[in-house]
Write a protein that binds this ligand. Structure first.
Ligand SMILES: Cc1ncc(COP(=O)(O)O)c(C=O)c1O
Length: 485
């Protein structure tokens, strides 16, 4: 019914336009309209629903699997075709406590019956304030004491840019090569991991400059390059950028991920982060630390920036904050947020009460269920399973922190014929082929970056057995694909 009604509405609207641009046409469903109108989605076959989705969901979204995700429980997803998949993606580092954590889901359900929408420009609501109480002791620096919750990571980035520009009175933002900060226009302008995100969408927000991130690839150096060398190369390039392209007096902020996510799962060396802090302090530039993917215990600390002891001026969070409920945060010190005019921040759904209640339960579970201990124990095991692969010439690097871990493969083509790290003997497209083979063997694993990289981000409470199972699948898949050549 729904499908037919919407289609005929579209057709009649098209008719009103005179039919020249959108001529009235009979909807072309491969399923009969009768099937769709008389059966609930649940009674339709899995294949027919997938086909329906392929036809009507925008082509702008890429998918790993042409299937319907029916159920999530802990580290597993059940698909509509009956497959039960080990999920080492966590919905891109979101369901850190596993799918449908009972306490998080229960807290959300309870909040649903009390208050769903407590609009932030009308008044406070309880879960919003409770969440701040839970987060304050988790902050990487006690100065971070002013919170604003939004829905997505991209929105948090937009808010952070606005805050930095307005408070500093400067316009330019320096981002880093390989960064991913989102797909909305401001966030997209700061995203430098792959051109696919911006191709065809220019012009983006102006006033953005790019400095290199300390990833050996960016300098065509080998993976064994010492962090100290990468640090001095990158800090020197940044100093040059401030002299040649964006004067400090025009530069509002430098934004970075302490572990670049979509750029290859590369942790920034602590000495580099300290160098950034020094430059920011010297020049009055704000340091925005994007912990959207690396935050909330993912790297073995509450926040990845803690490895360096560096103080962020503004920190953005999302993903693991509410274990799957849409919620993000922009956190700063009151001295900065006190400069904002009331009304300059806000959003209809910002800091939704159900999402905040879920986030409170998530923060409680982090503490009560010894999640940090599990991350660090499982991380050691994960590196233990992967380390023997280093002797395989198809493997270029194994790196990461906590349960944010990557394996980089050799490549015959990347990044270009000029790349000295190109290995003409390596099989092509190893990352995506291995990820696909893992999928065939019952595990979701994601690739990342412009390079041949797969990333491991299992649930932070993944069991010893499931971690081993996932690693066994991966090692087997690598072995098969490399042998196939
Ligand atoms: C570091 C980082 N920042 C920002 C974002 C954007 O978040 P969202 O997809 O919720 O808009 C992402 C998403 O992957 C991210 O990894």
């Amino acid at each position: 019914m729904f499908v037919r009604a919407r289609s005929s509405a579209l057709v009649s609207r098209a008719g009103l336009k005179g039919g020249s641009v959108f001529p009235p046409r009979t909807p072309r469903f491969s399923l009969s309209a009768r099937t769709l109108s008389t059966t609930s989605p649940r009674s339709q076959t899995h294949a027919s629903l997938v086909e329906f989705g392929q036809r009507h969901v925008t082509k702008g979204i890429g998918r790993q699997v042409e299937a319907i995700i029916e159920k999530g429980e802990g580290s597993y997803l059940t698909l509509g075709d009956g497959r039960k998949m080990l999920d080492f993606t966590c919905g891109i580092a979101v369901t850190n406590l596993g799918h449908c954590h009972p306490k998080v889901s229960a807290a959300a359900a309870e909040q649903c019956m009390k208050l769903v929408h407590g609009q932030c420009s009308i008044g406070f609501h309880g879960p919003y304030l409770e969440l701040i109480q839970r987060l304050l002791p988790m902050m990487p620096h006690p100065s971070l004491d002013s919170f604003y919750f939004w829905n997505s990571g991209s929105e948090a980035i937009e808010g952070a840019i606005k805050m930095a520009r307005s408070v500093s009175g400067r316009q330019n933002i320096i981002t880093l090569q390989g960064a991913y900060h989102g797909r909305t226009y401001g966030a997209l302008a700061l995203t430098k991991s792959k051109t696919v995100y911006a191709e065809g969408f220019h012009p983006l927000m102006p006033g953005v400059f790019t400095a290199p991130f300390p990833y050996w690839h960016h300098f065509s150096l080998p993976p064994t390059t010492p962090a100290s060398e990468l640090t001095s190369l990158c800090l020197n390039q940044l100093e040059l950028l401030l002299q040649q392209q964006s004067a400090p007096k025009d530069t509002a902020a430098i934004i970075l991920e302490p572990v670049i996510g979509e750029g290859g799962y590369v942790p920034a060396p602590p000495e580099y982060l300290k160098g950034l802090r020094e430059i920011c302090d010297r020049e009055g530039i704000l340091l925005i630390v994007d912990e959207v993917q690396s935050g909330f215990l993912r790297t073995g600390k509450n926040f990845a920036i803690e490895y360096s002891g560096v103080r962020p001026d503004i920190m953005t969070v999302a993903k693991g904050l509410a274990n799957g409920f849409p919620l993000s945060g922009i956190i700063t010190r009151r001295e900065i947020s006190d400069g904002l005019r009331p009304g300059s921040m806000g959003g209809t759904y910002a800091g939704n009460a159900v999402a905040c209640a879920a986030a409170v339960a998530t923060a409680d579970a982090f503490k009560n269920e010894n999640i940090l201990e599990n991350v660090n124990a499982r991380s050691k095991e994960l590196f233990g399973y992967l380390e023997p692969l280093r002797s395989n010439p198809a493997i270029l690097d194994i790196r990461g922190l906590g349960l944010m871990v990557a394996v980089e493969f050799a490549s015959p083509t990347r990044t270009s014929v000029h790349d000295p790290l190109r290995n003409p003997h390596a099989p092509a497209k190893l990352a995506s082929r291995v990820a696909k083979r893992c999928q065939e063997k019952g595990m979701f694993l994601l690739t990342t970056s412009a390079y041949e990289v797969v990333r491991f981000m299992p649930a932070l409470n993944v069991s010893k057995e499931d971690l081993k199972k996932g690693c066994d699948i991966f090692v087997e898949a690598v072995d098969e694909i490399v042998r196939e050549g």
